[in-house]
Design a protein. Structure first.
Length: 640
């Protein structure tokens, strides 16, 4: 599966090769020559280029030699790549040359996954755990002094910390199941500090899926643990200039260049923090062929977001206690090949199913009677992020109505005074827009100019009327072209002040939160809706995990902009949210009445040769007439 996914990534990148493009060559702050290349779409991962990846540049055919030069991506900022090349390239390059560019990704993570999978037998008790028979609940040691007093006051967070300190599940992993906004990272940080405090000889490895997540963990630990005990290991491709100063101070580096520490250096620290992939550099089994490890504890943050082979890398630290934190109901691993994420024959071993999700599907970690076995898993239930009514739909759909709103009332109630709310007691707006999806030629990305206008109008109102800071607003939309049009329209109407807004796909918002979140669903094709199933038009919108992430980022205000008759067809997710808004007076925009599924019933009657009696005929005709009227209005607007 790893080979298949790697090949798919290689094939996908070929669609983004550039011909006849310009680059700029300048000196960086150290006097070194650097090239910058503008790549449309790279900010939205089209193509998905990261620091450390390669770019192959071919000079014009009249230049010698004709082979391509490899540039290494040092940084990605907005839609610009900052590249480093060898000296020969800069000697031959002249301003104004038109270059051909090919993209290539860094294979290091795949190579490391292949390498560590050869040692799978050493971690079978972790990968396929069995119930612990060694722990006696009567010997549970309580934790009385908490670094984070709020964790000590939270019953479920406290339960998780005590279970981890006592290693109740070992050798089976202990899971912190953290729904949105429930303090999963705070719980993990507290557990690490408590483990360190109780035994200063313990060696702890802490991993996250990204540099950003690892930096957050490092900063949290440095609040209570001496810097001399903490080591941050970065990938060689990372630039020191992009690392927060307090994290840089504890990073392995030589002057302003990242370095890989030797094993003696790693041993001298109590806590080592790195990404899943870069954990490869601190494994005694790999670096020194040691059969035993000196890491006593392993903490894997956001484990639901990493491919299982990638999470396998730090497992080869061979710890005595493993802690996984995450939420399998939010976005999972990013997998390129459709076969590997949708094939029913692979069952629980699909590449898009994380280690966390697979374990939670097993008997040891499943809830029984609505309760989890506290020896193996704790579900956090107090949400510190969102207003209670914003939580209501996802709480019912995904979390068995167990989440409790405990956020700061000054924050979560701050938008209730906005006079544009249809219901002054509920900070949710579902704005029905009579829009139309469009796309350019064979481009798979959609946009909807009607929704763009409505989103920009809401942003304008929030900034000017409610004094909401642009950085407190997030705009979620599933399509790259919609992001570009929203950004362009914001710049033209509100200027550069809106650069602070985060505009991205649900993937970009994983782990994030904003005071206000606006969701633009984009898809709308009224003519097709009348004659065919709307389900086929939903596309990305039909993914429940994307839906869950999109609507759980808001603290004080959630605005959804979309075409209601399409979204209502997704009975499991968007339809439930639309129904909630309609019934609670949170709907505004084009007139909307739910369509009863009479057509499906009539068809069944015809198949059975039974005369159909339609008690809802009048309501259905009114709704259908309303859609046709909206189609005509949309066409008139477009002509105008």
């Amino acid at each position: 599966m790893l080979w298949i996914d790697e090949i798919e990534r290689e094939v996908n990148l070929q669609y983004y090769h550039l011909d006849g493009v310009d680059i700029e060559v300048n000196e960086d702050e150290h006097g070194e020559l650097m090239a910058t290349l503008h790549v449309p779409g790279v900010a939205e991962k089209h193509p998905a280029i990261l620091a450390g990846d390669s770019v192959f540049v071919r000079l014009p055919s009249d230049q010698q030699p004709s082979w391509p030069y490899e540039g290494i991506v040092h940084d990605v900022r907005n839609e610009t790549l900052h590249l480093g090349f060898g000296e020969e390239f800069f000697l031959l390059y002249a301003a104004g040359m038109k270059l051909n560019v090919q993209f290539w990704f860094c294979r290091s993570t795949y190579i490391r996954c292949h390498k560590v999978l050869q040692h799978y037998q050493k971690v079978l008790p972790i990968l396929f755990p069995k119930p612990s028979t060694k722990f006696d609940e009567a010997n549970l040691v309580s934790v009385d002094n908490y670094f984070d007093k709020n964790v000590g006051k939270n019953r479920m967070q406290k339960q998780a910390v005590e279970a981890i300190v006592n290693r109740v599940s070992a050798p089976a992993p202990y899971i912190i199941f953290g729904p949105p906004g429930t303090g999963k990272t705070s719980t993990m940080l507290e557990a690490i500090k408590q483990v360190y405090t109780r035994n200063k000889n313990d060696k702890i490895l802490v991993c996250g899926p990204s540099n950003a997540s690892c930096d957050i963990l490092t900063e949290g630990l440095l609040k209570h643990i001496p810097a001399s005990k903490v080591l941050r290991v970065n990938a060689l491709s990372r630039q020191c200039s992009g690392i927060p100063q307090n994290v840089k101070n504890v990073s392995s580096r030589q002057a302003d260049l990242i370095s890989i520490p030797n094993m003696d250096m790693v041993r001298s620290y109590n806590i080592v923090i790195t990404t899943y992939s870069s954990a490869y550099h601190v494994l005694p089994l790999i670096r020194e062929n040691e059969s035993k490890s000196w890491f006593s504890n392993l903490f894997l943050d956001e484990c639901g977001y990493a491919m299982e082979p990638e999470a396998f890398i730090p497992l080869l630290a061979l710890p005595k206690m493993v802690v996984l934190a995450g939420d399998p109901l939010q976005l999972g691993p990013v997998v390129s090949n459709v076969y590997l994420r949708e094939n029913p024959f692979l069952k629980n071993f699909r590449l898009d199913i994380s280690l966390l999700a697979r374990l939670m599907d097993g008997e040891m970690y499943k809830a029984k009677g609505g309760q989890f076995n506290r020896l193996y898993i704790t579900k956090l239930v107090e949400n510190y992020r969102s207003h209670a009514r914003i939580l209501e739909v996802p709480n019912e759909l995904f979390y068995d109505n167990q989440l409790e709103a405990k956020g700061d009332e000054r924050i979560i109630n701050s938008m209730l005074k906005w006079d544009k709310l249809p219901n002054a007691k509920i900070p949710i707006v579902f704005h029905g827009v009579n829009g139309r999806e469009e796309r350019r030629a064979n481009n798979p990305s959609y946009f909807n100019v009607f929704e763009v206008a409505q989103v920009v109008e809401y942003v304008k109102q929030l900034i000017e009327e409610m004094n909401v800071k642009p950085g407190d607003i997030g705009i979620v939309t599933p399509y790259r072209d919609q992001m570009k049009k929203i950004r362009q329209d914001l710049l033209s109407k509100l200027g550069k002040v809106t650069n602070a807004l985060l505009i991205g796909t649900p993937e970009a918002f994983q782990g994030d939160e904003r005071l206000v979140v606006i969701v633009s669903t984009v898809r709308a094709n009224p003519e097709r809706l009348i004659t065919s199933t709307a389900r086929a038009q939903l596309g990305f919108l039909s993914n429940p995990k994307r839906f869950n992430v999109a609507i759980t980022r808001a603290q004080a205000l959630l605005i959804v902009v979309g075409f209601p008759w399409l979204l209502e067809d997704d009975k499991s997710n968007w339809g439930k949210l639309l129904k909630f808004c309609h019934e609670n007076g949170c709907y505004k925009g084009i007139p909307y009445k739910p369509i009863i599924e009479v057509e499906r019933i009539e068809k069944k009657f015809i198949e059975l040769r039974i005369p159909a009696v339609d008690p809802m005929k009048k309501q259905r005709q009114e709704a259908s007439s309303s859609i046709r009227s909206n189609v005509n209005t949309s066409a008139a607007h477009k002509r105008s």
